[in-house]
Ligand binder design. Structure first.
Ligand code: SER
Length: 340
């Protein structure tokens, strides 16, 4: 018999680490963690199996299928928005071909198991693209079907991967003589920028928020790469994990769509500055906009409308801006760097 596992790709990423911690605290002893980087011992200890490997390595994926039964997949591995602009084709391979490999694996598993395989996929605010600041100001909070014209390779790949998920869940092999009965139960969330007290992102464009906070907590100077008035939506990491698990658990018949916005608060960069300065008055923060990265954040909406997630699966963040900083980020980050 093959061992039943929950597969988490991108296990060493910010979201992967936080998800694995929550899953294991909730009693999941069967996590199969996969990451292109070596999985650190503390994370490894929370997993049944921890593998270093590439989602583009078909042989590795075949081996997983041979060895494990995989009814749940959190496919988190991706190249983020800034990094993807340096090597767009390589990012496309990871974000699109990698996702395709996992969707195919999920479809095969569903057929073996004779039940749908849950496939939870983080998409992004980067799936939206606004042409200029005037439009951004005037549009406000975007709905899921609006402004789906991303300007980054990352945004393009996330939007397209959402379509692939919809295809694999509803239309895969639709012309076969006996179309597969059980397929992929694909569910996706378009996340805003995420801020964790424990980890810093690498290669994203919303990174100025977490970077400013972590630099201040470490007593290091920081030059923020966007203008002070730059505004986009953010969320505290515990809420991101809560959203993933709530959407996964939602009864299928309540879901009116496969891709949902979620969000929590949308501070300007100068607001983040003020919150960080209030907690760390010694912080040395300057603003030195990088026009290219600025252009990316300017193309993202100021806010996301998450009314459908609230209606369909009772989504609600635990941390608004004040609670995120006062009760999660600031106290935890102080602990995190205490003694350093
Ligand atoms: N945080 C991501 C990035 O900046 C957006 O999803 O790339």
């Amino acid at each position: 018999m093959r061992k039943e596992v929950v597969l988490v790709t991108g296990a060493c990423g910010e979201m992967g680490q936080a998800l694995i911690q929550t899953l294991s605290e909730r009693g999941a002893h069967n996590i199969l963690a996969l990451d292109v980087n070596e999985i650190p011992p503390a994370l490894r200890a929370r997993c049944q199996v921890a593998l270093q490997g590439d989602i583009l390595d078909q042989k590795l994926l075949d081996r997983l299928v041979a060895e494990f039964s995989i009814p749940r997949i959190f496919h988190l591995a991706a190249v983020l928005s800034t990094r993807a602009e340096f090597t767009p084709e390589a990012a496309h391979r990871v974000n699109v071909d990698g996702t395709l490999n996992l969707l195919k694996l999920a479809a095969d598993q569903a057929s073996w198991l004779d039940r749908p395989v849950k496939f939870i996929f983080p998409s992004s605010v980067a799936s939206y693209g606004l042409p200029d600041l005037e439009t951004k100001a005037h549009v406000g909070a975007v709905k899921e079907w609006e402004w789906n014209v991303p300007t980054t390779m990352y945004g393009c790949t996330k939007l397209y991967a959402e379509h692939l998920g919809r295809y694999y869940s509803r239309y895969y092999r639709q012309l076969a003589a006996r179309p597969q009965e059980e397929t992929v139960d694909f569910r996706s969330i378009r996340f805003p920028g995420l801020i964790s007290a424990y980890t810093v992102p690498s290669g994203g464009t919303s990174d100025y928020g977490p970077e400013m906070l972590h630099a201040a907590a470490k007593g290091e100077p920081y030059a923020c790469f966007v203008r002070e008035d730059t505004t986009m939506p953010f969320m505290a990491m515990p809420d991101a994990i809560k959203a993933l698990l709530m959407l996964e658990a939602a009864p299928r018949e309540r879901l009116s769509r496969q891709v949902y916005n979620v969000t929590s608060f949308n501070p300007s960069a100068s607001m983040i500055y003020r919150l960080v300065k209030a907690a760390f008055p010694e912080a040395q923060i300057t603003f030195k906009p990088d026009l290219k990265r600025q252009g990316i954040v300017d193309s993202w909406p100021v806010d996301q409308d998450d009314a459908l997630a609230r209606r369909d699966w009772d989504w609600q963040p635990d941390y608004d801006q004040a609670r995120a900083f006062d009760e999660y980020l600031i106290p935890r980050i102080r602990e995190r760097y205490a003694g350093n």
